[in-house]
Design a protein around this ligand. Structure first.
Ligand code: PLP
Length: 375
C-alpha cells in the first residue's frame, strides 16, 4: 500500500467497502510502459477503469484511448482527448453507434467479420479499419476466448476486400488474453500478423499498423515480469517477424495501467463454521462478486488479502455478503487469514484498481455500487 493511500484510510476513515486509487501509481505505470515500448503508442483500455481522474491524467501524459462504446468515447472527449487519440476497438458495434462515433471524429475502427466491416464502410466511410485475429488465450489468467477475432486466413481476405470498399485497410490487431504472464504469446500472434501483412502486400494491399492489445499484468499473488521484460520480448518478436520494415505499433494496456494503483478496504461481517468440527472457517466480507470482485469468478484473479492481525493463520473460505450462492470469492485457492481475525476487522484487498468499480452491480440485494476515491 502506498503512503498516500495509507494516510487516506487513517485520516478519512471512509466507510467500507471502498476503493482508493493512487493516481501517482497510474502515472508511474504509464511512464514505465512508455519507456519499455518507446516505439509503440499507448491506447489505454478505458473499460479497466474509466474514472475521469484517470482519463484526465492519461490525456495529460500523452496517452491515446481504446474504447468499446459511445459513452466510453464521450468520457475520453470530456477528459480532453481529441478524436484522433481514440479508437473504437470493440468488434461488436451497433450501426447507429458507429455513425455517432464517426460524427464525433473517430477514425479508427476494429472488425472481425464481413458483416461488421460493411457496417463501418456504410456508417463511417473513409475510416481506417483493423482486423482482429483469434488467439489461444493460453498463459492468461483471464483469457478472452473465442469471442473476438477471426482466423488469420479470413482476416487476410477481409483486409483485401476492405481495399475495395469505402474504408482504409489499416492493420491487424490481437489480444493475447488478460493477465498474460507468458511473453511468448506475443511472438505467436506477431508471427501471424507478419504473415497477413505479406499476404496482403502480394495482393497490393499495404497495411500499416499492428495493434498488440492488452494483457500486461498486475502483480497479484504470483510474481510477474517487469514492463521492461515485456518490451524487450515484444521488440525482439517484431524484428523477427517484420525484419527492418517495422510497422506502426500500438498497445492497449488496461489492467497493467491501473491494477496495482487501487486498494479496496472491506470489513468482516461474519466468521462462522458449518459444524462444530468444521476444519475451515467461513469469512464473509462486506464486498463480494457483485460489489466489484467479479474477476474472482472461477477464482481466476487471486488478489492478495491483508489484515491488521498477526499470529498464526488458518485456511478460510472467503465469501461476499449477498444472498446469492455464487457470491463465494475463494474456496479452492486456500487463502489463509490470522486465527485472531474478528468480526468488524478491516480487510485490505490489494491490486484492485482494474475491473472492479465498473463490474459492481448497481443495487443487487440493496448493496450500493462500489464507492471510489481517486487521490
Ligand atoms: C479489455 C481490452 C484490453 C485491455 O486488456 P488488459 O488485459 O486489461 O490489458 C485491450 N484491448 C481490448 C480490445 C480489450 O477489449
Amino acid at each position: 500500500m502506498t503512503e498516500k493511500i495509507a494516510r487516506f484510510f487513517a485520516e478519512q476513515t471512509p466507510s467500507t467497502p471502498c476503493l482508493v486509487v493512487d493516481l501517482d501509481v497510474v502515472a508511474d505505470n504509464y511512464g514505465k510502459l512508455a519507456t519499455a515500448m518507446p516505439d509503440s503508442r499507448i491506447f489505454y483500455a478505458v473499460k479497466a477503469n474509466p474514472a475521469p481522474e484517470i482519463l484526465r491524467l492519461l490525456v495529460e501524459s500523452g496517452s491515446c484511448f481504446d474504447t468499446a462504446s459511445v459513452p466510453e468515447i464521450q468520457y475520453c472527449l470530456e477528459a480532453g482527448a481529441t478524436p484522433d487519440r481514440i479508437s473504437f476497438g470493440n468488434t461488436i458495434k451497433k450501426a447507429g453507434d458507429i455513425r455517432i462515433a464517426h460524427e464525433l471524429g473517430i477514425d479508427l475502427f476494429a472488425f472481425d467479420s464481413i458483416e461488421e466491416l460493411e457496417k463501418i464502410a456504410e456508417h463511417a466511410p473513409g475510416s481506417r479499419v483493423f482486423c482482429r485475429i483469434l488467439t489461444s488465450g493460453e498463459g492468461a489468467d483471464w483469457p478472452l476466448s473465442r469471442k473476438f477475432g477471426c482466423e488469420p486466413e479470413m482476416a487476410r481476405d477481409l483486409l483485401i476486400q476492405a481495399a475495395g470498399m469505402n474504408v482504409r485497410p489499416y492493420g491487424v490487431s490481437f489480444h493475447v488474453g488478460s493477465q498474460q504472464r507468458d511473453l511468448k504469446q506475443w511472438d505467436i500472434a506477431l508471427a501471424t500478423a507478419g504473415t497477413i501483412f505479406r499476404a496482403c502486400e502480394e495482393q497490393g494491399v499495404i497495411l500499416s499498423m499492428v495493434n498488440m492489445g492488452g494483457g500486461f499484468p498486475t502483480r497479484y499473488l504470483k510474481d510477474v515480469p517487469t514492463s521492461q521484460a515485456y518490451g524487450e520480448a515484444i521488440n525482439d518478436s517484431l524484428r523477427r517477424h517484420f525484419g527492418n520494415r517495422l510497422p506502426e505499433t500500438i498497445i492497449e494496456p488496461g489492467r497493467g495501467m491501473v491494477g496495482n494503483a487501487g486498494i479496496i478496504q472491506s470489513e468482516v461481517v461474519l466468521i462462522s463454521r458449518k459444524s462444530a468440527n468444521d476444519d475451515k472457517r467461513w469469512v464473509y466480507l462486506d464486498i463480494g462478486k457483485f460489489g466489484g470482485l467479479a474477476e474472482t469468478m472461477d477464482e481466476a484473479i487471486q488478489y492478495p488479502i491483508q489484515t491488521d492481525r498477526d499470529g498464526p493463520a488458518e485456511a478460510v473460505i472467503l465469501a461476499g455478503p449477498t444472498c446469492d450462492s455464487a457470491d463465494v470469492l475463494y474456496e479452492k485457492a486456500e487463502y489463509r487469514l490470522p486465527t485472531s481475525l474478528k468480526i468488524g476487522d478491516k480487510v485490505t484487498i490489494m491490486a484492485t484498481g482494474a475491473y472492479t468499480t465498473t463490474y459492481s452491480a448497481v443495487n443487487f440485494n440493496g448493496f450500493s455500487p462500489l464507492k471510489a476515491y481517486y487521490i
